[in-house]
Design a protein around this ligand. Structure first.
Ligand SMILES: [Zn+2]
Length: 97
């Protein structure tokens, strides 16, 4: 866990302002949902992203590098990666011989 020391006061309605730097770092915008967890004596908050970050599907979601990705998009990325890494063929080079 990255150490960060920021103090914010809770207002009369129980609200606190998330520091701009954290909102930027965690890509949190106005009206985004935040989920809260409690661990021992800590309150942990996290941007709520239940769907795939690419297609917004909520089916077959897994977490990759801290982001949600669905099985279909993961397969598309795998296919794309294979195409990028494949050596060029004669047809790719326009060779008609
Ligand atoms: Zn997807």
């Amino acid at each position: 866990m990255k150490a960060l020391y920021i103090i914010r006061k809770v207002d009369e309605l129980g609200r606190i302002v998330l520091p701009m730097g954290l909102r930027r770092e965690f890509n949190i915008s106005e009206h985004d949902a935040i989920e809260f967890f409690v661990e021992d004596d800590k309150i942990i908050m996290k941007k709520y992203e239940p769907a795939c970050i690419f297609c917004h599907s909520a089916v077959d979601i897994s977490i990759f590098e801290g982001r949600n990705i669905c099985k279909k998009c993961a397969q598309k990325i795998t296919t794309l990666t294979k195409e990028v890494n494949a050596p060029a063929t004669k047809n790719d080079l326009g060779d008609q011989s």
